[in-house]
Design a protein around this ligand. Structure first.
Ligand SMILES: [Zn+2]
Length: 466
């Protein structure tokens, strides 16, 4: 502050100390006088409110008033700070007044713009600068210094996107009104959020910062794949392919009986992404992404998924040499379904078949399934039973090499693909809410927004150098 010491710029300001009733004298910049007087009034007002609010309502009354009125004080501080930068950027001799070629720009008049921020709306005043040279078009050049890229501040856009990753744009608008007291229209929020989501989608596959987190993280690479649905305006329902990669330290060795009760350590690093595309296109990105995340060799990668054949075809093609495991819950469900068909739904025999079959599967994998089916055929061999058991056998035949549950439990690895199913559910809840239909481009962008919101990529995106 170069003006410090110039007496004319300061005003003596008296402040009453609340407890003692004494006053102190502050020296303040005249520029701040209004704000500080208002703030001193606010402190008095709150003290009065606390003294006069009826018993039992003091905290609620004061909290509400401090939030509402405090926000208005903060808004004024923000307005003043921002405006002072705009004024400085445009004052006489400022670089902004000249084009990079040296030609002076032409002041074509002041205009005020309303900007929604987390503290309410600001009116920012700046000038339109015309060009006399062909280098660049006329513009409100000072807006760039603020980092302004529309009618919503970057900070408010970040908060709106956070909410919009979870709930509809209409609900996002309601939440912003209730929590921050700002009310952009939900259609406005949609435009800003979809724009940021588009940037996120482009950025997500290219950023390198999370690779660093992955390299440092403890544990082995786990990769899980699944698919959901999204309704697009252009082509109706489309497959949304979802991938989750994470590092996880090994759990303590477990035996098959402990498959459900053992505790798996949490992920130390995680990324997820989704694409509306054919599996062939989707799988093409896998290898490069995993390598970038520090995967030493495909033999060290553990892939988990349900029984969908595209997943395993893609894994064989793109991740040749990886270890594979069929999600235990899907496998177990197939045994349960066969049990229902054999013995009738809800019967004790069906339950016994399911539990016994799952036991054999966990302990012996493919051999266990063969044993289960052999036992049943020995009990009774009718065309109907044979058909049901053939179907079960065929399902597991396709996954013969993905059933080493006992081995995975002993080495402390996961045997379920719950993490990607959770991601699919989260994406489905947001993208399919209330019969939503998306433009293809926006569905893709919003999927990236929702995926980033679940991982460290969220902060990395917003804190990135623009
Ligand atoms: Zn120029």
């Amino acid at each position: 502050m170069t003006r410090f010491g110039k007496l004319g710029d300061f005003r003596v300001f008296s402040w009453r100390r609340p407890m003692s009733g004494k006053t102190i004298t502050l020296e303040i910049d005249t520029e701040h006088e209004d704000l500080l007087r208002q703030y001193a009034g606010f402190l008095e007002e709150m003290k009065d409110l606390a003294a006069s609010a009826p018993d039992g309502t003091v905290l609620d009354a004061c909290e509400e008033a401090v939030i509402e009125k405090g926000r208005e004080h903060q808004r004024r501080v923000l307005q003043q700070a921002v405006q002072s930068r705009l004024d400085a950027a445009e004052k006489k001799g400022a670089p902004l007044r000249r084009c990079s070629c040296g030609q002076a720009r032409e002041n074509r008049g002041v205009s005020s713009r309303e900007v929604f921020t987390c503290l309410g709306s600001l009116a920012v005043r700046r000038r339109w600068w015309g060009s006399r040279c062909p280098c660049s078009p006329g513009a409100y050049h000072a807006d760039a210094a603020l980092g302004l890229d529309g009618g919503l501040s970057p900070r408010l856009q970040r908060k709106a996107c956070r909410l919009a990753a979870d709930v509809s744009f209409a609900t996002t608008a309601e939440h912003l009104r209730e929590l921050l007291g700002v009310s952009p229209a939900s259609e406005t929020l949609r435009l800003y959020c979809e724009r940021q989501a588009g940037r996120m989608a482009k950025w997500q596959g290219q950023e390198t910062a999370s690779a660093e987190t992955f390299r440092r993280a403890e544990g082995a690479h786990e990769f899980a794949v699944d698919a959901g649905k999204v309704n697009t305006r252009e082509k109706g329902w489309r497959d949304l392919k979802i991938a989750v990669v994470q590092k996880r330290p090994a759990a303590a060795p477990a035996i098959p009986a402990e498959w459900e009760s053992r505790v798996l350590p949490g992920a130390t690093a995680r990324l997820m992404w989704a694409e509306i595309s054919a599996s062939r296109r989707f799988r093409r990105s896998w290898h490069a992404r995993l390598k970038r995340l520090g995967l030493p060799s495909m033999a060290r990668l553990h892939v988990l998924g349900d029984g969908a054949s595209w997943i395993w075809k893609a894994a064989d093609r793109a991740l040749s040499g990886c270890r594979q495991t069929l999600d235990i819950f899907h496998a177990s469900q197939h045994i349960a379904d066969a049990g229902k068909r054999l013995f009738g739904e809800g019967t004790a025999e069906a339950t016994t078949f399911h539990e016994h079959g799952r036991d054999l599967l966990l302990k012996e994998g493919w051999t266990g399934i063969c044993r289960l089916i052999g036992e049943e055929l020995e009990r009774e061999d009718t065309p109907k039973r044979r058909q049901i058991l053939d179907r079960l056998l065929n399902y597991f035949l396709g996954h013969m090499t993905r059933l080493d549950y006992a081995g995975r439990l002993a080495s402390g690895d996961a045997i379920g693909s719950g993490v990607v199913e959770g991601a699919a559910k989260t994406l489905g809840l947001r993208l399919k809410a209330r019969g939503a239909r998306w433009r293809h481009k926006n569905a893709r962008s919003m999927a990236a927004l929702i995926c980033c919101r679940q991982t460290d990529q969220w902060d990395l995106f917003w804190d990135r150098a623009a």
